[in-house]
Write a protein that binds this ligand. Structure first.
Ligand code: PLP
Length: 370
């Protein structure tokens, strides 16, 4: 008799799960000193106090299901972005939405186009749906935007089998961005059968004059989807709230597979309160920008290569000593994100901390150099 064993779909058997980096729970338990966690691009200033108060105010209701429509939050997001409420789809984090987009638009035989060094979830989403992934080369080291998305190269990979292109602007793990004019030229040339997903997880932190959100282009391009999150600039990573903005037909397709209670009640309330506190968001944005400049300057002064960033992290080239530096900093309680899985083995991704955190990071680096 042959023992029967469960057999996953071929696409799932071939899949490698997302690598979330170090086991922080284990590291925290083992640490002699409080860790400086600079591996996950969290907001070092925390969420709006209004978001925390909103969570506290909801505690008496946690025996009830949350609003399955997320109506208040979607209405607030629609007002904020100048779209219809039905164009907003909520996710349990934007990671969930990125997965669902592939599930909705791609299957076996289809192709999905992504850039090298793009957010790892894109390729996982495509492969989980059974589609194959075309990876284009990123912009070269000698360009003004090393490791950044090459929009021309992405466009050149589009053919009749292409269903999706995933972009991130700014991109993680590189921090790079592309100018508004380049995107306008790009989206105008993408055939209408191809869904373009622009992951704007760090959009609230970008302030370069040539940076622009793609949300304003959705009205003219019904094949364009933008994803956002409350995990980064809004400081609510632990509550898992993300959203997509899309044309009405695309949003309606996403809604078909959204789980009815995918965003919890505490999370809905916190996100709505965070969205209303623009002063807190602005304070986080400007402190991050100041620390981004200062940390970039300090690292360059030490001879390391810093990729231009519009996000809350820096991609830093440490050359042949990368692995040794990562280990030495970890031994001092400073957690960074190794980049070998992104094809950047000589780089580390460093989340930008507050002033004290960045000082500790630099101190730890200097201690390693001796
Ligand atoms: C952090 C991150 C996300 C995921 O955010 P969640 O909303 O917490 O799931 C999505 N895209 C990029 C590029 C990110 O860096």
């Amino acid at each position: 008799m042959i023992a029967a064993a469960p057999r996953a779909r071929a696409a799932i058997r071939a899949l490698v799960a997302y690598d979330p980096g170090h086991d922080l729970v284990a590291l925290r338990r083992a640490a002699a000193v409080p860790l400086l966690e600079l591996g996950s691009n969290e907001n070092p200033y925390g969420p709006s106090p209004r978001a925390m108060a909103a969570v506290a105010a909801c505690l008496g209701d946690i025996h009830r299901y949350p609003d399955p429509r997320g109506g208040d939050l979607r209405a607030a997001l629609a007002r904020r972005h100048g779209v219809d409420g039905a164009q907003v789809v909520l996710g349990n984090g934007s990671h969930e939405l990125l997965m669902q987009l592939a599930q909705v638009f791609a299957e076996r035989g289809d192709e999905v186009v992504v850039s090298a060094h793009a957010f790892a979830v894109f390729a996982i989403a495509a492969r989980a749906a059974g589609a194959s992934v075309r990876v284009t080369a990123a912009l070269g080291a000698a360009t003004p935007m090393p490791h950044g998305h090459d929009l021309q190269a992405l466009l050149a990979q589009v053919n009749a089998a292409t269903r999706l292109i995933y972009l991130a602007n700014p991109n993680n793990p590189t921090g790079t961005w592309y100018p508004r004019a380049d995107f306008e030229a790009f989206i105008a040339r993408v055939p209408g059968h191809v869904v373009v997903v622009v992951d704007e997880a760090y959009a609230e932190l970008a302030d370069a004059p040539d940076y622009a959100s793609a949300i304003a282009s959705i009205a003219a391009h019904p094949n364009l989807v933008v994803t956002r999150t409350f995990s980064k600039a809004h400081g609510l990573a632990g509550l898992r709230v993300g959203y997509a903005i899309a044309s009405l037909p695309v949003a309606a397709m996403l809604e078909r597979i959204r789980e009815s209670f995918n965003v919890g009640g505490l999370s809905l309330a916190a996100a709505e309160a965070a969205l209303a506190d623009s002063a807190h968001l602005e304070a986080c944005r400007s402190r991050n920008a100041m620390q981004r400049d200062a940390l970039g300057t300090a690292l360059r002064a030490r001879g390391f290569t810093v990729t231009p960033s519009q996000a809350n992290f820096l991609l830093v080239g440490f050359g042949v000593e990368t692995t040794a530096i990562e280990a030495a900093l970890l031994a001092q309680g400073v957690v960074l994100r190794p980049m070998a899985g992104y094809g950047l083995p000589n780089c580390l991704r460093i989340s930008i901390g507050d002033a004290a955190g960045n000082a500790r990071l630099l101190h730890a680096l200097d201690a390693w150099r001796g």
